[in-house]
Design a protein around this ligand. Structure first.
Ligand code: M6R
Length: 361
């Protein structure tokens, strides 16, 4: 069942190029978007995205996309807060629920709260027969295949892929993206499986770095823009399976508190493709280095060349279009957690205290 891999998590990480290609084939046809009918964003004035855990980080990345590409205001909430806060919802807005299992109790309760209050309840689930998929007006499967590892990997990148396609559809519906610009984004997305295959080749280097990470008590992840949720995802993954305390922060928040934690024993993992925000993140990284923090810079060739000097370690990913970067950078985040857990000898697929699907509050 593990197809020769030691753990389901390793298998599921490795499967990502294939399942992402499946999802792209399902939702793109003849070079055009083939999303379900009814997914028409023309008169939607606001999107509320709700999820738990890793799925909530997918929502946070999607917020950047919906707002920047489609100009559609978004809010993101974790389901356990949303359901009890009972927020006012407009009947011109849509609510979007993201869940691998489709059975997460808080997410399902949040969906039931939103039903009847918003114009449409949409879900993005991996299990198409799940409660959340069945109870939504429109359900988009992510086509990741069965995910067994408690730490979510391929479901996250498939969620992101489907959310990216939805943001492009929203942009097209709202007149923010003309035909050629949309076609260019779709052509970029077609390169994603190949880029992911490249990223997977970093496994050996990452296993090496992980031996030292396994000695740490605390690890910080930093990112800006859509890399901020990726920093939180990297930290969550590491906590879940290696039991090392880790936090993901927005790079710009560093000097508002967490910088007090930095010393030579705290590895700081900086996720920073060489994009428009790169210089800002690098200056935060230099603040860490000035306090003898051990920086692992994850970037592309241009980024590592520009800022890799003085870092404890660097990892070089292929250069990627901005839309794809958060999906691509999930791979080193997952591999770092996996190999750190291996170095610590923990139970990767069944970490202590955790369940694959949280069906009770
Ligand atoms: O099945 P769901 O996507 O609704 O699950 C949500 C979270 O419980 C889940 O993502 C959890 O955080 C994972 N263990 C993360 O690896």
């Amino acid at each position: 069942e593990k197809a020769g891999y030691k753990h389901f998590m390793a298998k599921e990480i490795a499967e990502q190029p294939v399942v992402i290609a499946d999802a792209l084939r399902h939702y793109i046809s003849g070079g055009a978007l083939a999303l379900p009918e009814g997914l028409d964003f023309t008169s939607v004035d606001r999107l509320t995205l709700v999820a738990c855990g890793t799925a909530s980080y997918a929502c946070l990345v999607a917020k950047y996309w919906f707002e920047q590409i489609a100009g559609l205001p978004c809010e993101v909430d974790i389901a356990s807060e949303f359901r009890y806060r009972e927020p006012p919802l407009s009947d011109r807005s849509w609510a979007l629920f993201v869940s691998q299992s489709g059975e997460t109790a808080d997410t399902l309760a949040a969906l039931r709260y939103a039903s009847g209050k918003v114009a449409k309840v949409v879900s993005v689930c991996n299990v198409p027969t799940s409660s959340i998929a069945r109870e939504s007006d429109l359900a988009l499967p992510i086509l990741a295949g069965v995910e067994v590892g408690v730490a979510s990997t391929k479901a996250f990148t498939c969620q992101l892929t489907v959310l990216a396609l939805m943001a492009l559809k929203a942009a097209a519906d709202r007149g923010r993206l003309d035909g050629p610009a949309l076609a260019a984004h779709l052509a970029d997305l077609a390169t994603l499986p190949g880029l992911m295959n490249h990223a997977l080749r970093l496994a050996g280097d990452i296993a090496h770095i992980a031996e030292e990470l396994a000695e740490a008590q605390d690890i910080l992840f930093l990112g800006r823009g859509p890399m901020f949720p990726l920093a939180m995802e990297g930290a969550l993954k590491l906590k879940e399976i290696s039991y090392i305390h880790a936090e993901g922060y927005a790079s710009g928040e560093l000097k508002h508190g967490p910088i007090a934690l930095i010393d030579a024993r705290v590895p700081v993992i900086v996720m920073a493709p060489k994009d428009t925000l790169f210089e800002k993140t690098v200056s935060n990284m230099q603040e860490v280095m000035a306090r003898h923090g051990k920086v692992l810079l994850i970037s592309d060739m241009a980024g590592v060349q520009a800022a890799g000097m003085g870092c404890w370690q660097t990892l070089t990913l292929p250069a990627a279009p901005a839309l794809l970067a958060p999906i691509l950078y999930a791979i080193p985040a997952q591999l770092l957690a996996y190999h750190t857990a291996i170095a610590k000898g923990t139970d990767v697929d069944q970490p202590r205290n955790l369940a694959k699907s949280v069906t009770v509050e």
